[in-house]
Design a protein. Structure first.
Lengths: 246, 353
């Protein structure tokens, strides 16, 4: 009998700690599938960030070093420069990458570091209990924007993929989502490209996943997936923002 | 003397690092240590090494964390305000047991302060500096030769203990030129069964400092504490003229260098003055100084700050802590040997009574 669906080898056989309806588990699985697909399990060095994503090492069966909050791209730079033959990726949330780690991600991208960055944008600080993130939508209520995000007060949600796609140092930059099967299938393809640019020594690969956080959004998983479609995608359009070096 | 070269202090550090096998340098410009990154940028490529001018001190220390995690010999250098920015990364490196060498050619503070020599970073260097209960080995050179020698030693100690090592100098030690005798580095083997290299033929490895399970972090902290205790075997100090001393002057780094002349001047005036110079600031030579205090009655700490190491001296001499005098010179000017001689004389007279 042919297996049509099974756990990727790179995914450890344990239950995720993520809340119901959170997209981290799906994205973890996609990453593990990609590691399997390119036979990278023995070559990969992952860099874990701070936030809900920190437990990457409990799920992905590869060498992992934990970075301070926001510094994953700098840590990955040190790892990759020292071990150019290994596959090096970071996995970071929006608080980590787009707030405290803005300098590190922009400059790693601008140097064209040969790393793959997986960025999970759920418009909120998850682990700390639902505070405003740089990606929080205008009007979105969080624990630190109890009256909704007011651009006069808090500025606007930051579009990281567009920002990084504009840098001459990057090779592949895309935004995707996993809120429905169609987007999921497309996400798989884009993630592969973000892997391939590093595998082929072509430079910096970045992929942003729009993700749901039903717990901190205080809505059901079903409505959360719908919110990704109806509210996030219009502001954070899916697509490829950079392909190939300038 | 043909094998001696006339070398600037900062460059001696860079040379010692490359000789010791350092192949990765990450840094950000700040006076008065720019000769180190400049030397590295020019000379690391010659040995197949990598130099990155990072976007910040924070990025530099995290690149060091990344390279260190792979088991590579790597270094960053900076000066006081930049070292403050690195503290987060140093704490993580200690927590995850990742080696690396951090050079602080300190300048003066607080804040932007100035670029003159200072020893105001003593507490920061010896008490950990960042958050959490951790220590780094701290080496304090007092000459260009020691800049070179102790940098080489720093790499060995970092690997031996899987811990960051801080080389604490200052603007004076970085900027002055002295004869240097280069030495061949003796290759040493250290276990590498923890490094990030891809899980080929083995189980995946994890380098982390997050411990959330009941009791796990307690155990982790005690384990680190025991390691810091083991570091005591690395204690180094220099002692001069202690045998008949009535007063022992204690200083480290650049000020110890000046004190050597001042103590000599005192001896010429028949004053029984000795010198004690800690070379490792952490671990501090408490036991050695305590032993000195069994025979010597009076102590005097001299520092380029308003009084930091003097606290360790008082801890070391215990029951004689009221016999410890202090002369401090906060940053802005460097005391001459004459000035320090006069300060020593004042204390000496007071203690003779």
């Amino acid at each position: 009998m042919k297996h049509v669906f099974k756990r990727p080898k790179a995914l450890i056989d344990v239950a995720f700690h993520f809340c119901p309806g959170c997209h981290h588990g799906i994205i973890h699985r996609l990453v593990a599938e990609c590691i399997d697909k390119y036979g990278l399990m023995k070559e990969t060095i992952g860099v874990a960030s701070v936030g809900c994503s920190v437990f990457l090492y409990d799920y992905i069966n590869v060498d992992v070093v934990e970075a301070p909050h926001g510094r994953a791209a700098a840590v990955a730079t040190g790892v990759k420069r020292s071990r150019p033959g290994n596959f090096v990726f970071t996995y970071q949330g929006d608080g980590d990458l787009a707030a405290i780690g803005t300098a590190e991600i922009i400059h790693a991208a601008n140097r064209g570091e040969h790393i793959t960055v997986i960025f999970v944008n759920n418009t909120v600080f998850g682990m700390t209990g639902g505070q405003m993130a740089p990606t929080t939508m205008v009007g979105q209520e969080t624990t630190t924007t109890p009256f909704g995000r007011d651009p006069d007060m808090n500025g606007f949600p930051i579009r990281m993929a567009e920002l990084l796609g504009d840098l001459p140092g990057t090779t592949f930059v895309a935004r995707t989502a996993v809120n429905n099967p169609k987007n999921l299938m497309r996400a798989k393809k884009l993630l592969r490209k973000a892997f391939e640019v590093q595998i082929n020594n072509e430079g910096f690969g970045f992929i942003e996943f729009l993700s749901a956080c039903p717990t901190n959004w205080k809505i059901s998983p079903e409505r959360a997936a719908k919110r990704v479609q109806e509210e996030m995608i219009p502001y954070f359009p899916l697509g490829v923002f950079k392909e190939g070096r300038e | 003397m043909s094998d001696m070269e006339f070398i600037k202090g900062n460059e001696a550090i860079a040379m010692g690092a490359i000789e010791a096998g350092c192949r990765f340098y990450f840094g950000y410009p700040i006076t008065p240590q720019n000769d180190i990154p400049e030397y590295m940028a020019r000379h690391l490529p010659e040995v197949g090494g990598t130099f990155i001018q990072a976007e910040s001190e924070i990025a530099s220390i995290n690149m060091l964390l990344g390279a260190g995690a792979t088991g590579a010999r790597a270094m960053t250098s900076s000066s006081s305000p930049g070292i403050s920015l690195k503290q987060e990364g140093i704490s993580y490196m200690c927590g995850s047991q990742i080696p690396g060498v951090i050079v602080n050619m300190s300048r003066s503070g607080p804040g932007l302060g100035g670029i003159s020599p200072s020893q105001g970073d003593y507490f920061q260097a010896t008490r950990g500096g960042g958050h959490g209960d951790y220590r780094t080995i701290v080496l304090a050179p007092h000459s260009v030769q020691e800049n070179y020698d102790l940098t080489m030693r720093a790499f060995d100690l970092a690997d031996k203990y899987r811990n960051p090592v801080v080389l604490l100098g200052d603007a004076l030690l970085g900027q002055m030129k002295e004869p240097l005798r280069k030495k061949k580095y003796k290759e040493k083997e250290f276990p590498k069964n923890w490094v990030m290299s891809g899980a080929k033929g083995r189980k995946p490895r994890l380098l982390k400092s997050l411990y959330l399970s009941e009791g796990e972090l307690t155990e982790h902290n005690w384990m680190l504490y025991k390691k810091y205790q083991r570091m005591k075997r690395e204690i180094r100090y220099e002692a001069q003229l202690l045998d008949d001393a009535f007063l022992v002057v204690v200083g480290f780094g650049s000020v110890a260098r000046i004190l050597k002349t001042s103590v000599q001047m005192a001896r010429e005036k028949d004053m029984k003055v000795g010198l004690f110079r800690p070379i490792t600031l952490f671990p501090f030579p408490y036991a050695a100084l305590e032993k000195v205090s069994l025979a010597v009655r009076n102590f005097m700490a001299v520092e380029l700050n308003t009084g930091q190491m003097v606290e360790d001296i008082k801890l070391a001499v215990g029951h004689k802590k009221n016999q410890v005098d202090f002369y401090g010179r906060p940053p802005g000017s460097i005391p001459s040997p004459d000035e320090l001689f006069w300060e020593i004389k004042k204390v000496y007279k007071k203690r003779v009574g």
